[in-house]
Design a protein around this ligand. Structure first.
Ligand code: ADP
Ligand code: GLC
Length: 494
């Protein structure tokens, strides 16, 4: 099966969050299953640096599509190349005026949305639809798999692209809260006719919604955990789109993300100082001392070290943290935080840290090697998210014998089992889970972590349970492939 995988990030070249990890691992796992997958991404400079262009450039031609298609100089093209690291083929959407800029893929250097994001990601979506409709005569996809709002218009453009048979589209929601909302008038510039700007189409409360377009026009919708697939059909977690999702419930599937064990494995990880596995946990203790040293914490082997590696956004629930920090330190804990984002959270964490010199280390940066060291060197990884479509860091943590402490929501609820007596007893305990999104519930889970620390044999048993869990990308890839197959037109009768 030929799969066109349209997205905006790719680990390790360009990453703002878990989407980049998925965009690297899932297509590779589909390859291993025997499928021919090509990614399509904007030709951001960081991506181009990891790609060798070795195919003919395809000029994007109408009809239809965003008005800027005919205006951009030089004219936008698709470059066919290979990822240098893996030799996998991919397309890059080359439109330097849109994608060669300082700052991030979505935000300018001051952290504001690029003013022309509608045009930028409409063009990406349109290019995906163009390829799916047969734009590259040498490679005709059997299915278009689009990811998050940036490619949400792709299923819509494909639906508008004429009467010829078109491949089915699958739209994966990694985060329903980021929707790509623009004034309705933008639609005209993007080549979208009024007929699709209805409540049954891409219109959302008087605006154009890229996310809603994806949800309405794709043949199937997936999201990244079974629990989140249910949650987003409720008003509490549906971000205003729960009605649409309820209507499409028959085509909505939750497929849990996996872990790329080539990148996240304590026995082979080149970014940590001491490698270890479930039978040799001494290495983990040495990583803990190295982490304490790196973050200027007191060198105490008995301190329970709580780590955070996260975007600092409302989603991640870290504003609960300052409220539990005093108790955490009083009980003998230490805290290490690495994250970037919301300045008010940065300030709140900084103030809380100032109360506890030598017990709290903060690193307001994005840094991959240190992320590995925190996940290896902490005893507990805190992921108290308000909502969490899947969450990857809790999965990485479990593989490193670092027990996740999570709010029971989305993928966190699907993957972590609380160290309560019944789950200690049946060998399924793998972390600490709190119910109810408030600091009192989180503080109770923190107390459970200290209680388990006083039972070292139980602690080690839970670590080994967690380390034995496998969140395999092959498993997820098979689920996607099965879904793709169900969408294929039946083979013509002979
Ligand atoms: P989300 O995509 O919502 O941010 P995930 O848990 O799915 O959450 O993925 C986050 C990814 O980003 C993980 O690979 C995590 O290690 C990484 N990450 C987040 N913040 C940082 C940071 N400050 N430094 C390094 N890596 C980070
Ligand atoms: C989003 C979600 C996160 C998920 C990631 C990859 O960023 O916030 O929960 O793990 O996408 O699917």
């Amino acid at each position: 099966m030929k799969v066109l995988f349209a997205c905006t990030e790719l680990y390790p070249l360009l990453k703002t969050g878990g989407l980049a990890d998925v965009a690297t691992a899932l297509p590779t796992a589909l390859h291993t299953e025997g499928h021919d997958v090509r990614r399509l991404l904007p030709a951001f400079a960081a991506l181009q640096a990891g790609v060798e262009i070795d195919g003919p450039a395809l000029t994007l031609t109408g009809p239809g599509g965003p008005a800027l298609l005919g205006k951009l100089q030089p004219a936008p093209r698709l470059l066919l190349g290979r990822l240098i690291a893996t030799n996998e083929q991919l397309y890059l959407l080359d439109a330097p005026a849109l994608f060669h800029r300082p700052g991030g893929p979505y935000l300018d250097p001051d952290g504001r949305e690029w003013a022309d994001n509608a045009e930028r990601f409409a063009l990406l979506s349109w290019a995906a639809a163009w390829l799916a409709a047969g734009g590259d005569p040498a490679w005709q996809p059997d299915v278009l798999h689009a990811h998050d709002w940036h490619t949400g218009l792709a299923p819509l453009y494909l639906a508008l692209s004429g009467d010829q048979p078109r491949p089915p589209t699958v739209f994966t929601v990694h985060n329903l809260a980021y929707q790509g909302l623009f004034p309705l008038q933008t639609a005209q510039r993007l080549g979208l006719p009024p007929s699709v700007l209805q409540i049954t189409g891409a219109e959302f409360h008087g605006q154009l919604s890229f996310m809603k377009a994806g949800l309405q026009y794709a043949q199937a919708i997936t999201t990244v955990s079974p629990r989140y697939a249910v949650e987003i059909t409720t008003p509490e977690q549906g971000c205003g789109l729960d009605g649409v999702l309820r209507e499409r419930q028959g085509q909505l599937h939750g497929i849990l993300n996996g872990v790329d064990y080539a990148v996240w494995n304590p026995a082979t990880d080149p970014r940590i100082e001491h490698r270890y596995d479930a039978s040799h946990l001494e290495g983990k203790a040495r990583n803990k001392s190295a982490l304490q040293q790196q973050f200027g914490l007191r060198a105490r082997s008995d301190a329970l070290v709580f780590g955070v590696v996260s975007r600092l956004s409302e989603q991640k629930g870290l504003h609960l943290l300052p409220e539990v920090l005093d108790e955490l330190v009083q009980r003998g804990g230490q805290l290490v935080v690495q994250g970037t984002g919301d300045p008010s959270l940065v300030e709140a964490l900084q103030q809380a840290a100032d109360r506890h010199p030598g017990q709290v280390g903060l690193h307001f940066v994005y840094d991959e090697p240190t992320a590995h060291r925190i996940i290896a060197g902490s005893d507990v990884l805190l992921v108290p998210s308000r909502y969490e479509p899947c969450g990857l860091t809790q999965l990485y943590a479990m593989g490193y014998g670092t027990l996740p402490l999570v709010h029971a929501v989305g993928g966190l609820a699907d993957t972590v089992t609380d160290a309560s007596l019944e789950y200690l007893d049946d060998g399924s305990a793998s972390g600490f889970v709190f119910h109810g999104f408030n600091s009192a519930a989180m503080a109770q889970a923190v107390r459970r972590a200290f209680a388990l620390q006083r039972r070292p044999a139980d602690w080690t048993a839970v670590q080994r349970n967690a380390m034995a869990l496998r969140f395999d990308w092959q498993h997820a890839a098979q689920a996607y492939a099965t879904l793709f197959t169900t969408l294929m037109p039946p083979a013509p009768a002979t």
